[in-house]
Design a protein around this ligand. Sequence first.
Ligand SMILES: Nc1nc2c(ncn2[C@@H]2O[C@H](COP(=O)(O)OP(=O)(O)OP(=O)(O)O)[C@@H](O)[C@H]2O)c(=O)[nH]1
Ligand SMILES: [Mg+2]
Length: 474
Amino acid sequence: MKEQDTIAAIATGTSDAGIGIIRISGGQAFEAAAKLFRTPGGRSNPADFAPNSIHFGYIVEKGEIIDEVLLTVMKAPHSYTTEDTVEINTHGGVFVMNRVLQLVLQSGVRLAEPGEFTKRAFLGGRIDLSRAEAVMDLISSQSEFARKTAVAQLEGSVSESVRTLREKILYEIAFIESALDDPENFSLEGYPEKLRGICSDLLKEMKDLIEKSGRSQSLRRGIRTVIAGKPNAGKSSLLNRLVGRDRAIVTEIAGTTRDILEETARIGEVLLCITDTAGIHETDDRIEQIGIERAVRALDEAELILFVADSSEELTTEDQMVVRKIATLAEKRGKADPVQCIAIRNKTDLGEKVTQQDMVRLFEAEGISAEHLSCSMTTGEGLDKLENKISELFRLGEILEKNEVFLANARQTRAMQDAADAIAMTMESIDRGMSEDFFSIDLMNAYQSLGTIIGEAVEDDLVEEIFSNFCLGK
Ligand SMILES: Nc1nc2c(ncn2[C@@H]2O[C@H](COP(=O)(O)OP(=O)(O)OP(=O)(O)O)[C@@H](O)[C@H]2O)c(=O)[nH]1
Ligand SMILES: [Mg+2]
């Protein structure tokens, strides 16, 4: 079986650094390390070292010292993977780390697959699936929000609430089964009504979790933000301001941006994935037309739209055309998947021909609402208002303070949705006056779907898929 191989990988980054760690895990970890390692006193076998101890020494190949290292020895089951583990702290040069890794691999150890150490921690029963996914989230987190939610999950917040839900469901399944087996001692009189109430509470709890998690997932991944407006309004100037450098070409020529440009920017604690787009207007220019099509497609995916207008000139039919596109999109999305819009009157340093009222009217005429403010990309005036507005719209402070529980990813959300569907089915069966054994089938489905979130009874290939998303060495 593959899981019995001993595996190794560079656990630290693959650029030059002060130290690098090569991790070896599995039944042959000590044996492999013994072939390469010597202490100054000539000891080499980690199996003889005390558990959780660190040893100074050398990696040696045919009598030649390759690197001076520190060797950490962890004995099963007290290691990250629950297996015998050796960590070699080498000097952190890429060349040196790879050289040592090659020697390790020559001693009968194979290169670990991405996420394989964490997978072993899961298979060894040290962490559940939701925590394993949290490790991955923590590694890839790019904002304070992402880090905090990953740590919360690592601490088991998702597992906790999933387990509580499962316990409640299991209690009802057990009750129904007992009552069916032993009608003399357990009465089902009035039970369906009681169960309906319980299901209704469970369903509400699950739906809340799904809804909040959707928001949290977009906060973690970065809010998909699209800058839109007519040509020359100052869209690319806004992108440059938000990312803090000259990312996009800015000129006084209308139609400068033709393709879409993507960048991430951190606004306070919010991460934005920003797309700058070509100015939307009627044109015969083939290249611009393609750019505009792309702009409209980007709008389709947006969670936040920054509409930019040039307030040094009167609003035009081109502005109207863009707002109309936003309105069409907002209507298509409906309440379930709303899009936020901030309308920016830019170029205030040139005098304001367009008032807030003009803008509000422009939006009202198309039947949508937006947050309104004015800025100058040239002087930077008003940008703080824009940043505050973004933080406010996504109410990050509130979420961070509450330490709420969120499902970490689409997989967990889907499983929670399946569980919620099964609970809804139970309620339907109750309403239709079906017999109790039907309830327990649906409740069991809900119980099992919840189990997949924490990794109880998950299919092998799902385990493979989840762990292959990890980075190497973790
Ligand atoms: N005075 C002034 N000029 C600005 C301001 N913002 C942008 N501009 C100028 O307006 C022109 C157009 O700016 P861009 O950022 O390229 O506008 P855009 O919306 O990306 O234009 P396209 O890519 O052509 O659609 C440039 O000459 C900018 O320097 C501003 O706040 N004040
Ligand atoms: Mg541009």
